[in-house]
Design a protein around this ligand. Structure first.
Ligand SMILES: [Mg+2]
Length: 258
């Protein structure tokens, strides 16, 4: 199934690095894949930092990624709002990430949409209660992503999903989820690469968002045993990756690029 792959979607957190520590062999693997002629897109659900800071971090870790090669949920969320006629929005995310939403008007009062990204330790009762009230007043709930947890340097940690779920539970409304595993997110990446799903594979450490999402969108899916990977999560998920490798360092060999 990997023979026809001409393009790779590569997750960032847990695949290329864990916080500020690069995964061993990551930059060499990316270079080999590039040299081997595979088209690359770096796709992340991370909404704790802006696009520019993510690009700067990749460069600092020796991973040269061009701006057009990076896909984050923010741009898709902005487009969804513009398409839906949402102008005034509440932005539940740290101030830096708000730069990616400059096309929308952030407002305190009644809003058309509540957009939830990562607030980390600043998620709390007041923040969630404000989002709850705005959604009850009619705003659309938009989640930049809904991951359950991620791997921090000090251990597994709550991601955005549990907080989105709290607002969904209280309001009885489902969020519009922008990032992986949404089909639209994969479709956007494939459109940028100009390939069909059958010619692309996803490399990720999240069995649900990366692997489950990619398989549902028709891509091959390569699970790495780094970052948040847990053998029991793989077993319990019922999801069958196209293949499982120890790390990104093993990916070039899958395509005969060694
Ligand atoms: Mg990841």
């Amino acid at each position: 199934m990997l023979e026809q792959v001409a393009a790779l979607l590569v997750d960032l957190d847990g695949v290329l690095y864990v916080e500020d520590e690069p995964i061993t062999g990551a930059s060499q693997a990316v270079e080999r894949l590039r040299a081997g002629g595979l088209a690359l897109r770096f796709v992340t659900n991370t909404t704790a930092r802006s696009r520019d800071r993510t690009l700067a971090k990749l460069a600092r870790l020796g991973l040269g990624v061009a701006p057009e090669e990076l896909l984050t949920p923010a741009a898709l969320a902005v487009r969804h709002c513009l398409d839906s006629g949402h102008e005034r929005v509440a932005l539940i995310m740290n101030d830096e990430v708000k730069h990616d939403f400059a096309e929308l008007e952030e407002a305190d009062g009644p809003v058309d949409a509540v957009i939830v990204g990562d607030l980390g330790p600043a998620f709390g009762y007041d923040v969630l209660n404000r989002a709850f009230r705005l959604v009850m007043e009619g705003a659309e709930l938009i989640a930049l992503q809904k991951n359950r947890y991620w791997m921090r340097a000090d251990g597994l940690s709550l991601d955005v999903g549990p907080f989105v779920a709290a607002i969904e539970f209280a309001t009885g409304r489902d969020a519009y989820v922008v990032g992986k595993p949404s089909r639209a997110f994969f479709a956007e990446a494939l459109a940028g690469l100009r390939v069909g799903a059958e010619a692309a594979a996803m490399v990720g450490d999240d069995i649900e968002s990366d692997i489950g999402g990619a398989l549902r969108a028709g891509l091959a899916a390569i699970l790495v045993r780094t970052g948040k990977y847990r053998e029991d999560r793989l077993r319990d998920s019922g999801i069958e990756p196209t293949c499982v490798v120890d790390s990104i360092a093993d990916v070039p060999a899958l395509f005969g690029r060694t």
